[in-house]
Ligand binder design. Structure first.
Ligand code: NAD
Ligand code: UDP
Length: 318
């Protein structure tokens, strides 16, 4: 298979590329390193089956891609961490709206009309009033708050995908990813797992926003990648959206204590202001993914964190 991955140099994109290359696929990675570094694809570039094109998806996709006869597209390009999307909210909206439109228009220009898997997010549920969140829940999003550039950007991108399906019969698959962690996250991208691991390894204080009683459900990246590939392989025309995550829900204070223990750290836990609209709870109902493509996360939190800590330890010392 020839597979195009937008945002392929990012945390999830680079892990997905590695797995697909191991499976024998050819990868074309499109990225502009807006929130990632070249380091993530340094090893992948040594593989002849991996091609990198530096491109901002706000611009129409390069015409040269048409001659490559792409079979599948994983569309991941978007700032993903609150620190990044709140720093560049208009760019985040443009990437999700104009960027997704460009990717869908590229498919219309391809003779073979490749399948597309779009990476949406649990953030479309906003600060949910129900738990766990199933795909039937329509969400509780503040449409003009500081997270709205991301939440509403992803909601409009889902709408674009569904309307291209209705109007042009494209093969669309939408996943809603819940908090995912693992190697190739950026140490300074502000997400909680990379923050806490970085803080403990560097002997800094662990910063909890609010009281630490808000919950999240953390999924190791290998489980997500397996879910994405299984869904893409599903022969049934099923657009979703489908939640992909690990329903093991914990508080942020518990997470801090686990990471402190696993890193043997003496870091102090300190409490800072809770950001506006920070969701109080988040937990996926994954029964749809289980039914449709037998999705079941395998990596428990402790095992995944140990692997992630090893990765960051290596990165900090080299
Ligand atoms: P990431 O920031 O590591 O990767 C995103 C990649 O997209 C980066 O390489 C970045 O440079 C690229 N990018 C951003 N804007 C671009 C543009 N305009 N043109 C070209 N490239 C651009 O984040 P990630 O965690 O790997 O997230 C990947 C996707 O998964 C995103 O769409 C994100 O919204 C979604 N997602 C991730 C999580 C998670 O927990 N990691 C949760 C929900 C959804
Ligand atoms: N968080 C925290 N300390 C940090 C970074 C994040 O307490 O240093 C909290 C944040 O307020 C949120 C949770 O951890 O409640 C998850 O944050 P993250 O940015 O990783 O993801 P999201 O909020 O998008 O789920």
């Amino acid at each position: 298979m020839k597979i195009l991955i937008t945002g392929g140099a990012g945390f999830i994109g680079s892990n997905l590329s590695k797995k697909l290359l191991e499976d024998g696929d050819e990868i074309v990675c499109l990225d502009n390193f807006f929130t990632s570094s070249e380091e993530n694809i340094k090893e992948l570039l040594k593989d002849k089956k991996f091609t990198f094109i530096k491109h901002d998806i706000i611009e129409a996709l390069p015409k040269s891609l048409l001659s490559l006869k792409i079979d599948q597209i994983y569309h991941l390009a978007s700032p993903a961490s609150p620190r990044w999307y709140q720093k560049e909210p208009i760019y985040t909206l443009r990437t999700n709206f104009e960027g997704t439109l460009n990717v869908l228009q590229f498919i219309l220009n391809c003779k073979n009309k490749p399948k597309i898997l779009f990476s949406s997010t649990s953030e479309v549920y906003g600060d949910p009033e129900v738990s766990p969140q199933s795909e039937k829940y329509m969400g509780s999003v503040n449409p003009h708050g500081i997270r709205s550039c991301y939440d509403e950007g992803k909601r409009v991108a889902e709408s674009l995908c569904m309307n291209f399906l209705r109007e042009y019969k494209l093969q669309i698959k939408i996943i809603r990813i819940f908090n995912t962690y693992g190697p190739n996250m950026e140490l300074d991208d502000g997400r909680v797992v990379s923050n806490f691991i970085g803080q403990t390894l560097l002997g800094k204080s662990i910063t909890i926003y609010g009281e630490g009683d808000q919950t999240r459900s953390f999924q190791y990246v290998d489980d997500l990648v397996e879910g994405m590939i299984s869904y893409m392989a599903l022969s049934e025309d099923f657009p979703g959206p489908v939640n992909i995550g690990n329903p093991n829900e914990i508080t942020i204070l518990e997470l801090a204590k686990i990471i402190k223990k696993l890193t043997n750290s003496n870091s102090k836990i300190i409490f800072e202001r809770l950001p506006q609209d920070d969701p109080k709870k988040r937990c996926p109902d994954i029964s749809l993914a289980k039914n449709k493509f037998n999705f079941s996360p395998r990596v428990d939190l402790k095992t995944g964190l140990i692997k992630t800590i090893e990765y960051f330890r290596e990165r900090i010392t080299h």
